[in-house]
Design a protein around this ligand. Structure first.
Ligand SMILES: [Zn+2]
Ligand SMILES: [Zn+2]
Length: 302
């Protein structure tokens, strides 16, 4: 599981940062969170294929988060994509995609749009689920959590043998959490396996003020990707515009017990992002400012 930051700028692209976009690669599948202008070029640079199983989750319909979609769909068509593409987003997403598809000529492959109506699991498959929570921005906006299913605990063949379970089909059933019966005696899976191991958890805030649901969503996350548009010198501006300061993002990470915090959606005014980093570090140590094309491997918990 690998996270690739495609664009880390807030509101406007800068020489150093493109508009919002993050990709989580799981096996051969691509889970994209927001698709700002320039996303497709960053995908090319990062080597993210255009024909893979792809799901796009849009946080909200502000241009800096969605203007990359028309170009991306067009390139996918040109490259002969046939496989369906799924797009999740707030109310209005259908209309947005329809408008540019009708004007420019629709994509040559099925695009399935899912408007997120209520909080909860919006996608489930491929050994993980994606959960949406309504955030607190100036327009309808969603944060997303990508949660891998727990994996079965380690199986101990020696214990199974000692209990007289023959190798083969019965071992398989025990490994998958089913009890088996041998010579009239029932053996529970926990007698021969360790407890299930938690799956990995990645959370993406989208544009938002800090809000309680975010802390819940990010509880124990391996990586919290949180917007930090401003420093606390611009606290009032952050409140007016529905954004978060670096200090506040760090407070969310600390409260949620997230393992790592990545700051994104950096205002173009900060050429040197160290001011944001220093501010966040006063609250929460394990933080970095994401840069475009930065890649982070999320290891399996031990
Ligand atoms: Zn934005
Ligand atoms: Zn916005």
């Amino acid at each position: 599981m690998k996270v690739v930051f495609l664009g880390t700028s807030g509101s406007m692209p800068t020489p150093r940062r493109g508009s919002s976009g993050v990709v989580v690669r799981v096996g051969r599948s691509v889970y994209m969170f927001d698709c700002g202008e320039g996303t497709q070029r960053q995908m090319v640079r990062a080597g993210v294929g255009f024909r893979r199983k792809t799901l796009i989750f849009l946080s909200h319909l502000h241009g800096d988060h969605v203007l990359g979609l028309p170009g991306l769909l067009q390139s996918m068509s040109l490259l002969g994509r046939e496989r369906r593409l799924d797009v999740y987003g707030p109310a209005g997403t259908v209309e947005y995609v329809k408008a540019f598809s009708e004007t420019l000529g629709g994509p040559a492959f099925p695009v399935i749009i899912h408007e997120v109506m209520e909080p909860g699991v919006v996608y489930s498959g491929g050994g993980l689920e994606v959960v949406a929570v309504r955030s607190s921005h100036r327009v309808e906006s969603w944060s997303y959590g990508l949660f891998e299913e727990p994996r079965p605990g380690r199986f101990h063949p020696d214990k199974a043998r000692a209990l007289g379970v023959p190798e083969g089909r019965l071992w398989h059933r025990l490994q998958h959490g089913e009890p088996v019966t041998v010579d009239g005696r029932t053996i529970q899976p926990q007698e021969v396996t360790d407890p299930p191991r938690p799956g990995r958890r990645i959370v993406y805030s989208g544009d938002t003020r800090p809000y309680p649901g975010m802390v819940e969503l990010a509880r124990g996350a391996d990586l919290l990707i949180h917007e930090a548009t401003f420093t606390d010198e611009l606290q009032e501006r952050a409140e007016e515009d529905g954004h978060t300061t670096a200090r506040e993002a760090a407070e969310v990470a600390r409260e949620a017990g997230a393992k790592r915090l990545a700051l994104v959606h950096i205002s173009s005014r900060y050429y040197d992002p160290d001011v944001l980093l220093e501010e966040a570090k006063q609250v929460y140590e394990d933080v970095f400012v994401a840069e475009d094309l930065m890649e982070i491997e999320i290891p399996l918990p031990r």
